[in-house]
Design a protein around this ligand. Structure first.
Ligand SMILES: [Zn+2]
Length: 327
């Protein structure tokens, strides 16, 4: 995800005044107290947290060298995710597990393709309607050294989201929704959202059958236990879905960061792969946390994860998909 303006803005407001910091949050809507509607909560999903954390470590390992689009590290990450999709039994689309997206850009002179990894779980009641769950697996590779480290591991950004796809796939394979789900680990987000822009142009189903994009980008740490579900500001029909999950969520599920009212750089609508779906008029829910000190720095290492928050964030996202599907 690209949020350098946000980071600068938040640091600036924090340094200036309390009211400035509050202004950055004007659009944020915190959840109601748990007690308000707790009776309506079904048990949350149980997920394979061991696999989740193991996949995170693998994708964020130095051997993947920051997973820059077109690099050997990104190919390694692609193949790792494809093997995981195989292992949890996600159906392979008729055109294949790997989707090649042609890349032609002067900014990427040595890159001719982005690679998406796709898997399907068929719905039970309305299999012809779809939810597409995306997370980018690429990051920015090797760059300017900081504190003697030049590998930008991109652990939260976005090994966290990509790793969640496989365990969510495993969960939904065992507990399918009414709608079908396409899981897509997408490439090249950091260098122009090549994977997601290519995906919406060549979906394995008619685009008009896609009811929702759920996008994960940076979901594993927040000191305040806050996870944002951005999108309802653009698609008001999603507000009730998030509101139904809020009192049941084991994290502080927030709305906001999805309209110009959030302030300069704080509207995340265009800042990750959900933008490609939004551009096609497909409603999105983007799940992510606010920037942290390791954002786009070599220190974005797997050991900075907050495992409890991470697991609960993924369970919250699953619950949101279930609530959406049930409406
Ligand atoms: Zn990202």
């Amino acid at each position: 995800m690209k949020r350098s303006i946000t980071a600068v803005f938040l640091i600036a407001t924090a340094a200036c005044s309390q009211s400035g910091a509050a202004r950055a949050q004007d659009n944020a809507q915190p959840p109601q107290p748990q007690s308000a509607v707790a009776g309506a909560c079904a048990p949350l999903a149980r997920i394979d947290s061991t696999s989740l954390l193991r996949d995170l470590e693998r994708l964020a390992h130095d051997s993947m060298a920051g997973r820059l689009i077109g690099s050997p590290g990104a190919i390694k990450a692609r193949d790792y995710l494809a093997a995981r999709f195989d292992a949890v039994g996600l159906e392979t689309p008729s055109a294949g597990r790997l989707q090649r997206i042609p890349v032609s850009s002067q900014r990427l002179p040595n890159v001719d393709a982005a690679w998406n990894v796709l898997g399907i779980v068929r719905g039970t009641a309305r299999p012809e309607r779809w939810i597409v769950i995306t997370a980018h697996y690429d990051h920015v590779g090797i760059g300017r050294p900081l504190d003697g480290d030049s590998i930008y591991n991109g652990s939260d950004d976005n090994a966290s989201g990509a790793s969640a796809l496989a365990v969510m796939g495993q969960y939904f394979k065992e507990n399918p929704l009414g709608r079908s789900i396409l899981f897509a680990a997408v490439d090249g987000e950091e260098r122009g959202m090549w994977g997601s822009r290519g995906l919406v142009e060549s979906l394995p189903m008619p685009i008009e059958t896609v009811d929702l994009n759920i996008n994960l980008d940076m979901v594993y740490r927040n000191e305040r236990q806050e996870l944002y579900a951005a999108g309802p500001g653009r698609y008001p029909q999603l507000t009730a879905v998030v509101e139904a999950v809020q009192p049941c969520a084991p994290v502080r599920l927030m709305m906001g960061h999805d309209t110009p009212a959030a302030g300069p750089g704080n509207d995340w609508t265009g800042q990750s792969d959900h933008a490609a779906f939004h551009a096609k008029g497909i409603p999105f829910l983007y799940f992510g946390v606010e920037d942290h000190p390791d954002y786009h720095r070599p220190g974005d290492h797997a050991e900075r994860a907050m495992p409890g928050f991470y697991v609960n964030a993924v369970r919250t996202i699953i619950e949101t998909a279930r609530r959406f599907d049930a409406r």
